[in-house]
Design a protein around this ligand. Structure first.
Ligand code: PLP
Length: 491
């Protein structure tokens, strides 16, 4: 049976894709085995584990064999620091082609004037964006004050002035417990150290983003950068409103759409919900709902594009040409009509999952979802997020614990479980299967009890009623067998 290169699950009539991919992987693993058998074994084990677990990690997906195989080539061996047509190394003509095609697909897919395909990850994409915004908005006045045109000509005193200006800029992003990401200004991340930062949260009653409170915070704080986007907020955002707020206070609007880029690419988020026409700079990862290789992208308006284009060597090392090639393949896939159908199913399935929880009496942050994320508050089950995550993993259900707004258990133990539909939707799950997933999760959590550690109560230890893990894992395996991952792919 052939596999559709886009969905990775539905048959593609007429193609012997799956036989070709199987043969390719068998050969690859055999070659790896001759050099380091433990790596070949771990790679085989990984697909076995992924095939046999309900993957509900909201930031993960299954890339197509075409995307995965594109990463395993000699493009990896080429250094190409610089930008298209302007490299610090000779012989980069093929990397120029790769980067040009990746950027072209990104521009066309997202309707962006400019796209930068080099960031190695989402964090790198955000760093490129931050430094590009600083370079565009802060460096020039710094230079003008010092009376020179080029940073290389700055005096020691000029440098000191510039450093002081750079180190004193303000950033306003969503708080971690409301669903923001570490790179949106949190202390453990460089963004929380290099910027004078403040956070906006969500309404304590509804859990929803309160645009009036955000506007008030922006007026008071006057950030240079207003960051939109999230890792764990289960709702859509009105980016037109965010742009109005940014314009009012003179901020640059940067939107990190890492989580929902697939829903933007698939035209589920359009108009005010599509960040690209509204943000000055939009960043994303390529491996979450977008279903590409691990990596990042930056999209920018002309005002910021020159600075973004200097991402390497400004903050990035040499581009990963093999990964840029895989981004180009994934973006080409995302431009096909089948990807729009996939993105719509991701959102429909999240609704089915949320309804499955609500009808069984569970509490969800914001009371539901209208994107690909469901954030389950596990307090009513009497466990922490950490205990819930572990009990679910024992039962073949892979999720991750997550803070909820005003979380009494903090960011390590947490009181929430974040669930996402992109991966299982790729496998072919529909609303009925997601309803069953909700049933299995409620079943496990209802049979999980906190357990004491030797030193007293523990937020990590738990006990699961006898037989639950085996019974639920068997039920999960049934669902998985009906929706196989990479069907027909034999190793
Ligand atoms: N931005 C957001 C919103 C994310 O959720 C993540 C990762 O989870 C990142 C950035 C970082 O991506 P990466 O792990 O590729 O650096």
């Amino acid at each position: 049976m052939a596999v559709d290169p886009v969905t990775t699950s539905a048959p593609a009539p007429g193609a012997d894709y799956v036989e070709t991919a199987s043969a390719a992987y068998r050969d690859i693993l055999q070659i790896i085995e001759t050099v380091e058998p433990r790596i070949a074994a771990a790679t085989r084990k990984e697909i076995a584990d992924q095939r046999d677990s309900l993957k509900l990690i909201a930031s993960e997906n299954y890339a197509s064999p075409a995307v995965l195989l594109t990463m395993g080539t000699w493009l990896s061996d080429k250094y190409a620091e610089g930008t298209i047509g302007h490299r610090f190394y000779a012989g980069c003509q093929n990397v120029d082609t790769v980067e040009t095609v990746a950027a072209e697909h990104a521009r066309e897919l997202f309707g962006a004037p400019y796209a930068y395909a080099q960031p190695h990850s989402g964090i790198d994409a955000n760093l490129v964006a931050y430094w590009a915004i600083l370079a565009t908005r802060v460096e020039a006045p710094g230079l003008a004050d010092a009376g020179v045109k080029n940073v290389n000509d700055l005096s020691e005193e000029g440098w000191e002035k510039l450093r002081a200006q750079l180190g004193n800029q303000r950033l306003l992003g969503m708080s971690l417990d409301a669903g923001g990401h570490l790179t949106h200004g949190f202390r453990p991340n460089i963004s929380g150290k290099m910027f004078h930062q403040r956070s906006y949260g969500t309404d304590p009653e509804t859990g929803l983003l309160d645009y009036d409170a955000l506007a008030k915070a922006a007026r008071e704080f006057k950030p240079l950068i207003l960051v939109g986007g999230y890792s764990a907020y289960p709702r859509r955002i009105n980016f037109a409103k965010m742009r109005e707020i940014a314009d009012e206070v003179g901020a640059t609007l940067m939107v990190d759409m890492a989580h929902f880029a697939g829903l933007v690419a698939g035209k589920v988020f359009t108009g005010d919900e599509d960040p690209v026409p509204h943000a000055h700079v939009t960043t994303t990862t390529t491996h979450k709902s977008l279903r590409g290789p691990r990596g990042g992208l930056v999209l920018a308006t002309p005002e910021y594009s020159d600075a973004v284009d200097k991402g390497c060597p400004m903050v990035l090392g040499g581009p990963l040409s093999h990964v840029m090639a895989a981004k180009a393949v994934a973006l080409a896939e995302a431009r096909q009509p089948a990807f729009q159908a996939y993105a719509q199913r991701v959102a429909d399935n999240a609704k089915a999952l949320a309804e499955g929880f609500l009808k069984r009496g569970a509490r969800l942050v914001t009371g539901g979802t209208d994107n690909h994320i469901v954030l389950l508050d596990v307090q009513s089950f009497g466990v922490t997020g950490r205990q819930a995550e572990s009990a679910l993993l024992d039962s073949g259900i892979v999720t991750n614990r997550n803070s909820i707004p005003a979380d009494p258990n903090g960011a390590w133990y947490t009181s929430g479980i974040r669930l996402g539909t992109p991966a299982l939707t790729t496998r072919g799950f529909g609303p009925d299967e997601f309803d069953r997933v909700a049933e299995l999760i409620v079943d496990v959590l209802a049979k999980t009890e906190p357990a004491a550690a030797a030193s007293g109560p523990s937020k990590a230890k738990y006990s699961l009623a006898d037989g639950t893990a085996e019974r639920v894992h068997a039920a999960a395996s049934e669902l998985l067998a009906a929706n196989p991952l990479y069907p027909g792919l034999t190793l």
